[in-house]
Design a protein around this ligand. Sequence first.
Ligand SMILES: [Ca+2]
Ligand SMILES: [Ca+2]
Length: 99
Amino acid sequence: MSSNDKIVEKLRFVFNIYDLDNDGRIHQKEMVKVITCLYDVSDSSNLSLMKDENLPKNIAKEIIKKFDKDGNKCLTQNEFIDGCLEYAQVRSLIVPSSN
Ligand SMILES: [Ca+2]
Ligand SMILES: [Ca+2]
């Protein structure tokens, strides 16, 4: 298995975490919830900027804008995985320890 396959496998798993209602798409509100949880629980010395409560929303919005290829404002598994592969920086933000 190549390292890329491993990342894809992990991203599939992560996609299911973000897809809270299991409808096969990540909507902005789902991403906001997960991002908020992620950074609430991590004791965040290097993430103190996350204390801004609008930030998870802005991040989610930006990510969906970047990843959403067909413009329907939500992400399918393929859009999510392709986006994460294309934008490693975004990936490290929304998929902790994915490197
Ligand atoms: Ca969903
Ligand atoms: Ca889409």
